[in-house]
Design a protein around this ligand. Structure first.
Ligand SMILES: Cc1cc2nc3c(=O)[nH]c(=O)nc-3n(C[C@H](O)[C@H](O)[C@H](O)COP(=O)(O)OP(=O)(O)OC[C@H]3O[C@@H](n4cnc5c(N)ncnc54)[C@H](O)[C@@H]3O)c2cc1C
Length: 418
């Protein structure tokens, strides 16, 4: 009996288990998923919790519910992978062997990595919404906050869902407007990037949306520490941004066990071939989802598209065949913009987000780089799709690789903007 071991039962690990169980003979392959707890959290929902749009209970389900029959779920914290022995050690002393290993342990916000972030003010004037606990605490804070200087801040890239801080900012603008206190709130968006987003065309659109909402942009800001007493972000080039309420996106890092196993880059991500997701060091170790170092967005959509490609390559690889499929970094993200509208972006390693329609050329129903109500409904519908189609590994009518059909070309977009 051969053993497939999947480390992490989040978005990517669960999809891998569901895609591969029907395709690997049960009398030839065992499949085991390891996770530290039995709670599956729908992380895109964290965005809505601070504003009371979702309740915390809306994003939680038992992990076991999504693990298919014929796959064992082991609950335990992973301590270390020992690639030379094809073994994984758990912190409680158990050892699990494998023939093929899939690392799907994601990425985590790390407030401990920025001096002054996780001290006395954490949970008081300093908040985050990238964890369940953080999003819930921020919801409580916003219920009674009476206004002042709100600073939304990113420590460094890459972060999961790189548009979520912008979405938070747009939703905050709408929330304070709807509560009649927008004129008492000064909003500043502080980013290490040169503009609002990583890709130039989208950055121009999203930067324009900040301007329209009278939100100040502080770019190229690399935080050195947070001065808790003065309540200010302080950058390496000695700029200071004062706040009354800081909503920060802490440094995101892969799991510590990846580093302890000698498998990590300097942010604990697993170096893999960006086309196949196979480790660059070990022929039987793969990394899917946020855990890998591929230069794509860390997003559930990327996990979804890449798992499709991974599945085909994995099946060929274990049969000793060449891996034919190449992942292109395909990502798409709805960008919630407040007042019942959202934008959609669709891009890959080489092509930045462009205007157009998705998924059907000319028809949509979703509009790229344009705020519409249908996009907003798409974003809300996504939670149902996540639980009922995506995690169970069902086929969705969305091609894994990015298509230019329905999109303006980069040259057309630049020409129209000038
Ligand atoms: C605020 C927010 C908004 C987002 N919005 C969107 C969006 O709109 N669209 C989108 O596509 N994506 C979005 N995302 C990103 C998306 O949620 C992630 O990219 C996706 O969940 C990644 O899946 P993953 O399987 O790689 O990691 P995860 O789903 O995080 O799973 C990792 C698993 O590994 C387990 N694990 C880690 N370390 C250990 C250990 N030592 N021992 C045992 N188990 C361990 C964890 O418990 C976890 O279950 C958002 C994320 C956030 C935080």
């Amino acid at each position: 009996m051969k053993r497939l071991l999947i480390l992490g039962g989040g978005t990517a690990g669960t999809m891998v288990a569901n895609k591969l169980r029907p395709r690997l003979h049960a009398d030839e392959w065992s499949i085991t998923v390891v996770d530290q707890d039995d709670v599956h959290l729908y992380q895109p929902g964290y965005l809505f919790i601070p504003f009371g749009i979702y309740e915390p209970t809306d994003v939680v389900k038992p992990r076991e519910q999504f693990i298919p029959e014929g796959v064992e779920l082991v609950i335990g914290a992973i301590d270390k992978v020992v690639p030379d022995n094809n073994a994984v050690l758990l912190t409680d002393g158990r050892t699990l062997g494998y023939d093929q290993l899939v690392i799907a342990s994601g990425t985590t916000p790390r407030p401990d990595q920025t001096p002054g972030m996780d001290g006395e003010e954490f949970g008081k004037s300093i908040h985050e919404f990238y964890s369940f606990a953080g999003a819930t605490a921020l919801a409580d804070k916003l219920k009674t906050w009476e206004g002042g200087r709100l600073v939304v801040h990113i420590v460094d890239m890459p972060i999961k869902c790189p548009v979520a801080p912008l979405e938070f900012t747009f939703l905050a603008d709408a929330f304070f407007t709807e509560h009649g206190i927008r004129d008492q709130v000064e909003i500043t968006y502080v980013t290490p990037l040169p503009g609002a987003f990583t890709k130039p065309i989208a950055s121009r659109y999203l930067g324009g949306m900040l301007d329209e909402r009278k939100i100040a942009l502080e770019s190229d800001f690399l935080v050195e520490h947070i001065d808790e007493e003065a309540k200010a972000l302080v950058s390496y080039d000695e700029r200071e941004v004062p706040f009354d309420l800081l909503v920060t996106i802490p440094l995101n890092m892969g799991a510590d066990f990846v580093a302890r196993s000698g498998l990590a880059d300097d942010l604990n991500y697993v170096p893999v071939d960006k086309g196949t997701l196979l480790s660059t060091k070990h022929d039987n170790i793969w990394a899917v989802g946020d855990a890998s170092n591929i230069p794509a967005s860390k997003a559930g959509s990327v996990a979804h598209f890449s798992v499709e490609i991974f599945t085909e390559n994995f099946l060929r690889h274990i049969d000793g065949l060449p891996m034919m499929e190449k992942f292109d970094g395909h990502a798409n993200c709805f960008v919630e913009s407040g007042h019942g509208k959202a934008m959609l972006i669709d891009f890959n390693y080489d092509t930045e987000p462009l205007p157009g329609k998705y998924p059907l050329p000319g028809v949509g129903p979703f509009s790229l780089l344009k705020e519409t109500e249908i996009n907003h409904w798409g974003k809300l519908m996504f939670r149902w799709i996540y639980w009922n189609a995506l995690l169970p590994g069902k086929e969705l009518p969305l091609p894994a690789l990015m298509s230019m059909a329905g999109k303006q070309t980069e040259a057309e977009t630049v020409e129209m903007a000038s």
